[in-house]
Design a protein around this ligand. Sequence first.
Ligand code: TUI
Length: 298
Amino acid sequence: MTDIRERLEIKYPVFQGGMANIADGRFAAAVSNAGGLGIIAGGGMDPAGLEENIRLCRSLTGKPFGVNIMLMHPAAGEMAAIAARERVPVVTTGAGNPAKYMDSWKAAGCMVFPVVPSAALARRMEKAGADGVIAEGTESGGHVGELTTMALVPQVADSVTIPVIAAGGIACARQLRAAFALGAVGVQVGTCLLVAEECPIHQNYKEAILRAKDTDTVVTGRIGGTPVRVLKNRMAREYVKRERAGADKMELETFTLGGLRRAVLEGDTENGSLMAGQVAGMCSAIRPVAEILAELAG
Ligand code: TUI
């Protein structure tokens, strides 16, 4: 079996998830310094901000790190070009098909791991030259696909020969071992890092995660919109109510516009979009990233 730790020169087989609006260069460096693969989230930044954060990350760690390109971002193309120009060690992608950027990243020597919600996209990514895929189940926080991690990971692993990283519903060593049993060679985590000391979200957001129990997340936008898993709050309830009443996509998007920034920066736990996965109920202490990763990796 591929040892992803050797391939990527990381201590633990653990990627940090994209975490738009949250994972800046400083946070990504903290994750890399703690032995995982820190990832700078392009989602929520503009191209200049991404460049600045790549520089910041390089100044804070000598270890490998990555950049996540959120493909629904209006400046995704420009950000893809920056990742290539800066020759970042790893590129991950989310919320779309990155095939058109693949050659530029490979030519720049980047290792590329697209997030895939299906075996079909995993196969397409392998053909396009991806170094591995991140099979992300619907247990994840933020923008999600349909399949669960339990169903998706083995089907992706049976469909490709490149390494598979499992994501969605992973916050402890038992879940990491389960992911390996399903055919993954590494995991990607986000929710359990929201409560890291180094995580730059508002204290109210952290406390909402600490308080959460297993049933406290909900997916908004499943009907004709963009499915996004968040902690239940006033905004999520109102969104689901309007969605069920047949509100159109534009109305719903306007309604949630800026919701993530309201949660991350202002700590508005009632009207913000507190993206979190189903494992939020397992995250019950604020600890340094190094401690979270050491325990996760068992
Ligand atoms: O991208 C994510 N999670 C995210 S992105 C994000 S920022 C955001 N903010 C507001 C609204 C929406 C997003 C927050 N969380 N995870 C990776 C992921 N990728 N999940 C699902 C997918 C995906 C879906 C379809 C990947 C590829 C895909 O391909 C469709 C196609 O074109 O074939």
